[in-house]
Design a protein around this ligand. Structure first.
Ligand code: ADP
Length: 830
């Protein structure tokens, strides 16, 4: 059965218990030759001292969580005493030591003297404490008997007082000499002197023993110097020196006892690795043909620091037996042990808490370090002399120096020559415990480039509250400053009105250009007088609400045209655009005064209107006279003159069309374009127009597909005008083609008319714009076509006024299809 499968998982959190006991073990580890176990009410081991490693061969993890029954020999085991799940009330508090056999890892049994203390009812302990000490140890703590010693024993004693060491030592040497063993003492002069005094006091004739090489005394320091090379024991020299001594002592095949203090000397010199190495060499020497028992000792105070925990365990492992320091072994009565264990437990708890707090602090520090390292801001620390002590990755990027280069240099290497006094100014405040917040200044990069930075400097205090340095967090604001300056320039240039508006409609800031434009003073602006709603004429309210909606949705609006009301009541046409200022409910707006442009537009429209009227009159009479002339020449039969006349007529018609378009345009603008409302048959209109247009072209054939049988309500001539425009364009823009296809169809509640040509086509980016006024596609490769760029604009307006839609589908080089759709007349209106 393996140990693991033997585990009883009664302990709710074995790991936690184990961890907690890990701390306890620290305090208990001075009792290296004793196994201490803590067992819960169910009999499960919740703690075991690390000495079990050397004494029984288990790892701690193998035992913690096991039932104690596993360790104790069945004949020595009393279930009622070791937690059986039953009440422990009748179980005695403390047992005298008696023999226990414990199971070794290899399955053999080893004898111990064990005692049991029932602390189940003790708050904070809640365990049965079992203490099992090796029989050998029991004997060794009393005068050491040769008969009980293993031939090649290597044991160690930790001692607190010299007196305790000398007790063991004089007993070890005294009984050895008495038994006829040879004894070697490699000790300090002090210890040798006091040992010899004690031995002599028991009546031993040391001089005689010395003469027979039964008692050999050496100075530890001197002997050590014989084989130490470069701070470590040289194995060959060691074997030679120590082997020589043992050989001398072992003549006549005597058993040899050695007491050595060289390891302790090395340990006290803080050469721990040499001490451990020396222990190993001693152990190697056990392969020497002469058996010897070796007694080492270490003063306990050498292990005061918790950092020696691992080395302490290592020393324990180097020895076959470990004698605990006297203070614990001395506690032989139950009350004292109880108190000691409680104290140890309290110590362990507080240590555990301290370690947990330290770990937390360490984790927090690591976390902080990660933040510092990944920060985009340069973060550095300096001592009170201004010497840089730490430097993060962002500082490297920002200033161009690596941490290696700059740590150790004064922070003033980053300062401009003319700003060196800043250091004293900042440090004066730091020394007063103050921080310097968002201080804007200049710093120099390694490559000489001057940066504008915003710096926050704060004092760093040690854990007693004394200021020992300062931390500085710097942000490169060079670019931000440049942008700010540019923006200021734009703001102050007054080329365009610039303002900051909140979403509720209050002007928060504005440049002089905007104030001038609207007739307000800065004081009025600051008093909150300027409100978008009162500055906007009623008919523009909807438009400006839509614009604000778009701003909130997409982050910007415009540019679009609107009017503001000047303080005097005068209307000011403006072109307006705005963009949201990130993460605020405000926007930055631009208002361009377009009064002049509007004025010019108005004058141009007036001119077009006037010119087309002026042109229309002579052209109309020209047309009249042409008709007269045509009739008279027909009578005369002058074919040649009639031919010229027909051509003149075509040109006059074109002129009339152009003038009509211009007139329509100006009427549309002033809202004076009148529409008649009549019911008409779509199919007939299409037929008629196609015939008329067909007459004007010899190059293209106009083909009609489909019929609608539909009637439309509206201005027949105007709708006809749209179709004419589509057809004329189709012919004009497809010079290489010879057909134009017209399709009519009824779709749901609409009539659809489409004109398809196979001409030059229109690139995607122009397809929306061709419906704007005066827009003509101009392409450097394309030849120019005659026209004014208003036909589609007028068509669009006509169809829109009839509640219909106009659109185009086209691909450059592949021809275009222009469509218009008109609503069908409902049955009852017919
Ligand atoms: P225009 O008098 O210039 O033809 P329109 O308003 O009728 O004015 O058309 C606007 C512009 O749209 C034209 O200048 C031309 O660039 C483009 N266009 C219109 N119809 C077509 C077409 N069928 N094929 C290619 N381009 C066209």
């Amino acid at each position: 059965m393996t140990v693991a499968s033997n585990k009883i998982h009664g302990s709710s959190e074995p790991k936690a218990v184990f961890r907690q006991n890990g701390q306890l073990s620290h305090s208990l580890s001075s009792n290296g030759s004793e196994v201490v176990v803590l067992v819960n009410a169910e009999g499960t081991v919740t703690y075991v001292s690390p000495s079990i490693i050397t004494l029984l061969g288990y790892t701690l993890e193998e035992i913690v969580g096991c039932h104690i029954r596993f360790l104790i020999h069945p004949d020595d085991f009393d279930a009622t005493q070791w937690g059986s799940g039953k009440t422990e009330a009748d179980s005695s508090l403390y047992d005298e030591y008696r023999e226990y056999r414990l199971r070794c890892k290899d399955g053999s049994w080893r004898s111990f003297e064990g005692s049991r203390t029932n602390l189940l009812q003790v708050p904070g302990v809640g365990a049965i404490v079992g203490t099992f000490r090796t029989v050998t140890q029991q004997k060794l703590t009393l005068p050491v008997q040769r008969s009980q010693m293993h031939a090649s024993e290597h044991f160690v004693q930790f001692y607190e007082e010299d007196e305790s060491l000398l007790d063991s030592l004089s007993s070890f040497i005294g009984t050895g000499l008495a038994a006829g063993d040879a004894c070697v003492v490699v000790a300090t002069m002090e210890h040798r002197k006091r040992l010899e005094e004690r031995l002599k006091a028991t009546g031993l004739d040391l001089n005689a023993a010395q003469a027979r090489d039964e008692y050999i005394a050496r100075d530890a320091g001197e002997t050590l110097s014989l084989f130490m090379v470069d701070g470590l024991p040289a194995p060959e020299c060691f074997t030679e020196v120590i082997g020589g001594i043992i050989e001398r002592a072992a003549q006549n095949r005597r058993h040899v006892r050695i007491f050595g203090e060289m390891v302790a000397l090395l340990w006290m010199e803080e050469n721990q690795s040499a001490a451990i190495r020396l222990e190993e060499l001693w152990n190697d020497l056990h392969h020497n043909p002469h058996h010897f028992s070796l007694f080492c000792s270490y003063p306990m105070h050498c292990f005061a620091s918790e950092t020696y925990g691992r080395q302490f365990a290592e020393i324990c492992l180097q020895h076959s037996h470990v004698l605990p320091a006297e203070s614990y072994s001395a506690l032989l009565n139950a009350d004292e042990r109880l108190r000691a264990i409680s104290l140890l437990q309290q110590k362990a708890r507080s240590l555990e808490a301290e370690i947990a707090a330290r770990k937390q602090a360490e984790e927090a520090l690591l976390y902080m370090a990660a933040i510092v390292e990944s920060s985009d801001d340069a973060i550095l620390s300096k001592n009170l002399d201004g010497i840089i002590t730490s430097w993060n990755a962002a500082a490297e990027r920002m200033y161009g120096y690596s941490a290696q280069e700059i740590v150790g240099l004064p922070v003033t290497v980053l300062f401009l020559p003319e700003r060196q006094e800043e250091f004293t100014q900042i440090m004066t405040r730091i020394l007063q415990g103050e921080s310097v917040d968002h201080y804007e200044t200049k710093r120099v990069r390694k490559d000489g480039i001057v940066l504008t930075v915003s710096i926050t400097v704060s004092p760093i205090k040690d854990n007693t509250g004394v200021i020992i340095g300062a931390s500085a967090i710097a942000r490169d604001i060079t670019e931000q400053k440049r942008l700010e300056a540019k923006f200021r320039q734009l703001f102050d240039s007054n080329l365009i009105g610039v303002f900051v508006l909140d979403f509720a409609g209050t002007f928060l800031d504005a440049n002089n250009a905007l104030l001038d434009l609207l007739g307000y003073t800065r004081t009025e602006l600051q008093a909150g007088v300027m409100q978008r709603d009162t500055l906007t004429p009623p008919e523009f309210h909807l438009l400006s609400q839509e614009a604000m909606g778009k701003l909130q949705e997409t982050g910007s609006f415009g540019p679009y045209e609107k009017e503001y009301l000047h303080k005097s009541g005068r209307r000011v046409p403006v072109l307006l655009a705005a963009t949201r200022i990130e993460q605020t409910n405000t926007c930055l707006g631009f208002a361009l005064d377009i009064t002049e442009r509007k004025e010019l537009d108005k004058r141009k429209d007036e001119f077009i209107s006037m010119a087309s009227h002026e042109l229309k009159t002579p052209v109309t009479s020209l047309k009249g006279f042409l008709n007269l002339l045509q009739r008279s020449l027909t009578v005369q039969g002058d074919e040649k003159a009639l031919h010229y006349l027909t051509r003149m007529n075509t040109q006059v018609n074109r002129l009339t069309n152009l003038i009509n378009d211009l007139l329509d345009l100006s009427k549309m603008h002033t809202g004076k374009l009148a529409y008649r409302e009549e019911l008409f048959a779509m199919d007939a209109l299409v037929q008629e127009i196609m015939e008329n247009v067909q007459e004007t072209t010899q190059t293209h054939r106009l083909l009609l597909e489909g019929q609608t049988q539909a009637e439309v309500l509206g201005d027949r001539d105007r709708i006809g005008q749209v179709l004419i425009n589509f057809l004329n364009n189709a012919i004009k823009y497809s010079p290489q083609a010879d057909i134009v296809r017209v399709r009519v169809a009824k779709e749901q509640n609409k009539v659809l008319v489409s004109v398809q040509d196979f001409g030059i086509g229109i690139a995607q980016e122009h397809q929306q714009k061709i419906f704007e006024r005066f827009y003509q596609v101009s392409d450097s490769e394309e030849k120019t076509y005659p026209g004014l760029g208003i036909g589609l604009y007028i068509s669009f307006d006509i169809i829109k006024r009839h509640g219909g839609q106009v659109w185009v589908e086209s691909q450059k080089g592949k021809g275009s299809t222009f469509h218009f759709a008109l609503p069908l007349v409902e049955e009852e209106r017919r």
